[in-house]
Design a protein around this ligand. Sequence first.
Ligand code: GLA
Length: 405
Amino acid sequence: MPGLSSSTLLARTALPESLNVRASGWESCVREAVAALFEQSFARPASVIVRAPGRINLIGDHTDYNDGFVLPMALNRAVWMAASGRTDRAVRVISSELGEGRFELDGLSRQGTFVDYLSGVAWAMDPVGLPGLDIAITSDLPAGAGLSSSAAIEIATLLAFSELGERGWDPVGSAKTARRAENEWVGVASGIMDQLIVAIARAGHATLIDCRSLRVKALPIPGGVEVVVLDSGTRRNLTDSGYNERRLACDRAAAVLGVEKLRDAGLGMLDDARLNPVDLRRARHVVTENDRVLAFASALELNDLVAAGSLMNLSHESLRADFSVSTAALDALVDSARSQPGCFGARLTGAGMGGCAVALVRSEAMPAFVECVRTAYRTATGLEAQLYPSEATNGAEVVSRSALS
Ligand code: GLA
């Protein structure tokens, strides 16, 4: 592949070193960076640039694959993809953060690299009739941090193929296709939450999702409060993190209880002596978490941030004690956040086992909150946390189309 190395390019486009400092004009800077990466790698301008955001889940984890409820929002951090069609059946990819790769639409196979997220989407879309593509990717979403960088790559790929293959864009259908790629190609038995929120999110809102019916309700984020992402600096990989094992435990519990999914179980049913103690705890988390999501949605609607925050705290406790997906670092981070003035509540977010937490914080308590949490976390663990408030953004979108495409 011709062109400059990605590190040269990043230096050239002068992105701010600390990604949690959002200078004004940040988005146009990233858009120019991905356009430049494309042009210098493929010696022609891109026909289309798409953006797919990461997500933070305010409450409702490990409920989606149990047909339950979740309440995520899209972040102001995203995967940016510049693409143009090719006349052959190859897909060539270069990324500033992930490296380079290539695959053929005829004869798809797994490579065990980030390229599988793209080839998996081609596979799930049915590659017959898809165009070959040249693709450049730039991202300010950390990988493995629980912010859905993989769903963002999948949805961005779907949007690029849809645009250049003239297939039309159906956000919910695309989320299902991307989930199929994740489940059956990448091999993570995830639910629909990440792909769906990345595809459909609405700026300024979190979205209550019923993962069975896929009915959604956008809920405005109240004024005067910040949604703060707290990155523990620890990472995990869902393909080997016990994620699939958790899902199996939930399916096993549902089968013992005689329900289709744990969404259909109530607390009273969990006395069943046939449930083994571990599966009982997994099921108890799911059943109580579904109730907490609905209560949190009502609290948001009533602007009752004290109630919302305490539901977040309870959610973390359930994920720690019953679902066993917290870590010492995440517990310390959540404790550090909760002990600061102005913090309504904090919890780990996403799959857990490393990655990020989320806190709801009174706006006027920032930025002291950021400094105090970083210090408390460093004292407790010796680790550095990155904290950044995030507004809720729109889901995936085409940000530019060349007149020549
Ligand atoms: C990962 C999965 C989601 C969801 C969360 C936990 O992010 O991709 O489907 O299960 O974990 O809530």
